[in-house]
Design a protein around this ligand. Sequence first.
Ligand code: AHR
Length: 483
Amino acid sequence: LTARIKVDIERKIGGIDENLYGNFTEHLGRCIYGGLYEPGSAKADNQGFRTDVLNATKEMGVSLVRWPGGNFASGYHWMDGIGNKANRPKRKDLAWGDTESNQVGTDEFLAWSKAAKVAPYICVNLGTGSLDEARNWVEYCNAPTGLYYSDLRAANGHPEPYNVQYWGLGNEIDGPWQMGHKNAEDYSKFALEAAKLMKWSDDKIKLIASGSSNYGSGWTDWNRTVLNSLGGYVDYISLHNYVGNHDKDHYKFMASTIFAENVIKITEGLIKEATLKNKIDHPIYIAFDEYNVWYRAWNEQKLEEHYNMQDALVIASYLNCFIRNAQIVKMANLAQLVNVIAPMMVTHDTLWYQTTFYPLQLFAENCKGNSIASFVECASYKNNDKDVPYLDVSTVYNDTTKELMINVVNRHLDKGITTSITNQFGNLSNKAMVYEINSPDIMDENTVSEQKVKTKEKSINVSGNSLQYTFPAHSFTMIKIKM
Ligand code: AHR
């Protein structure tokens, strides 16, 4: 099979926000307790944070982390998690059925974020929580001392404001599985009041409205109502999407991220409509703040999915999709960071990387600057009567380093695709770096003792303004060339 890719660095789609490489940590199974935080572990620092998780978070290039949920957030009362740890209440978390010890709360998460060098993103409880709880949380985190809650923060050892910038207005309130599920009108009314009080507490914060996660027939109405009601106050609307190879059908699974791309495009249209209709004078972006492959491990396994080569390709396709829509998607959070549907797993004293770690790391490390348009011509296959190209491509140009990144998932199960890649204007330098994620069997997984799937790199020669490269079957390849 053959294909053509043409790139043009002048056709900029949009700036790539560093928050595209975000992540998510929820009080669920072994994500926080036994993941981020495990005081008894040989790897724990003096605050109880696992240093191997901190290091791997940096290694993966994570820019921002959302917390404390997820479904957990909709029943969480943040005051339970501050002050002397010995006095914090134990509560039943109705989202996942666990007992919450509250040993990790706001001050611990913000200390961890600082150590991990990530921007913290707090999702407030708009399920069972109150307006006062939401505004007081902003005051606790961001106000200078001299007010009740900021003085409480100081009394808890943190006189300086944390200045948390990103705040979510609830989680998946459109889903009947959510504590405090509401219809779009009721959510919008409540969230609007929360938004006002939170922004009046600190006008520098960025707010994220809870957009669609439940893709029944009314999902566009949900986003439309939310945007029309909250548009004046919010900076982002969230989207969530999980996919899985439920039917054990490789090609169907490889096409699964097309749904996310359609949802992004439709939501972009709804944002334009609401902006125009309501004369909103600031930009509203999409925060794709939960995405992943998730279909094998449910609550009995505490969501501890084991990822294979095929899943790594889907994660690369998600990232390609976010890059292709970089003009509107300005945040994306893989759900979740460690142990729970995660790119890294820990035993008591060892951390290992799942297959999905590698595409996330490659994109975060290299895909900075601008998303640029590319022309792709290649063979396709049919999925649900629609043509799906075998090659899934995104292209990036970094003006500062003068590097061009060509990111290609070859969805073909058993054929390499020989592709001629042409740069529209100007020559390429004579060497390119190739990073490849592949494995003989798409079902190959990593384990604590064996990394079958990981990034392999090599350099290749290039001459003039074009090169020819064969993308191997079922692989992800990033070609990096200096211009
Ligand atoms: O990430 C796991 C769960 O998936 C989150 O708690 C929820 O928001 C989503 O349904």
